[in-house]
Ligand binder design. Structure first.
Ligand SMILES: *Cc1c(COP(=O)(O)O)cnc(C)c1O
Length: 297
């Protein structure tokens, strides 16, 4: 798992008039370039889970997600690459033809099981492990929805280790907050700014703090001070919601840098950073790194 990275992440300078005007430097840390199918934050979230699954002699990875889950996509890819069977429990009914995420998962050998929304909600959490092991056998390694657990947090503490500069601010989009927790622990001298992509993302504050607490407990490490903040008003209506403003932003970003942004996550975060620069959120002369958490699109 360690030496599968095919290319180190690149640091791209983002040059816009507003940055010159406000005297800040902005960089995109391109995690999507590290691997064709497993690029982005999902590699870091899975890394120690795969090691743990191997240690426990598990043969199958079991996980949960909606039909558009990047975590489902990544788990299927990782299973294929590292020799695990994979089972994906998908929220809702099957829709044919399968969308690109699920058809990729299926091509990688993932077995897809559909659950109605109510059952999905009650059966996806860590404490339902025993239920699934009884149903599917003891060989199953349980990964919660979104893949956020203590091993994922540990992996994310390493996310910035190939970044060649020490930023004042690190910005990233958030779903569960697991990545935010890991990046906060791994980079205590930077201020970390999380952009929830869902409405009412304030709950991530608590979840992220719980992940951080658990991390130091679980690995018996002495606590260090972390410094993160959530900016909750760039969700564009909620999870997977979008509008013409965001689509226009993605198009102009593509025209300028030839990078296709993920509409659910990174587009909202980068839009938010640009807007905060315009609103003088960042002090002059600061260095801002935005983590491109997505895979290559
Ligand atoms: C999954 C995902 C996230 C969210 O990560 P969390 O650890 O759940 O907060 C962010 N960006 C992209 C592109 C993702 O696929």
């Amino acid at each position: 798992m360690n030496n599968f990275i095919t290319q180190l992440p690149q640091l791209l300078t983002l040059k816009e008039k507003i940055m010159e005007e406000k005297e800040v430097e902005v960089f995109l840390y391109r995690l999507e370039t590290i691997h064709e199918k497993l690029g982005g934050n999902k590699y870091f979230k899975l890394k120690y889970n795969l090691e743990e699954a191997k240690k426990q002699n598990k043969t199958t990875l079991l996980t949960f997600g909606g039909a558009y889950s990047n975590h489902i996509f990544a788990t299927a890819s990782a299973g294929k690459l590292f020799g695990f069977e994979t089972i994906g429990i998908i929220r809702g009914e099957e829709h044919l033809p399968l969308n690109p995420i699920l058809s990729h998962a299926k091509n990688e050998g993932m077995k897809l099981i559909y659950l109605n929304r109510t059952d999905f909600r009650t059966l996806k959490s860590e404490d339902k492990k025993a239920y699934w092991q009884e149903k599917l056998g003891n060989d199953v390694y349980f990964l919660p929805e979104g893949g956020a657990n203590i091993w994922a947090v540990k992996g994310c503490t390493e996310m910035m280790q190939n970044c060649t500069l020490a930023p004042d601010f690190i910005c990233l989009p958030c779903g569960t907050g697991g990545t935010l927790a890991g990046v906060s622990i791994g980079n205590p001298t930077s201020k970390i700014i999380g952009f929830p992509v869902l409405k009412g993302g304030d709950f991530i504050n608590n979840d992220c703090n719980v992940f951080i607490e658990k991390y130091f407990d679980f690995f018996s490490l002495s606590k260090i001070k972390t410094n993160f903040e959530l900016i909750t008003n760039y969700h564009f209506g909620g999870y997977a919601k979008s509008n013409l403003e965001l689509k226009g932003f993605m198009q102009s970003f593509y025209d300028k840098y030839q990078i296709k942004l993920d509409e659910v996550y990174t587009a909202k975060c980068i839009y938010g950073v640009y807007d905060l620069i315009a609103k003088d959120y960042f002090p002059k002369k600061t260095k801002i790194v935005i983590i491109n958490t997505q895979r290559m699109l």
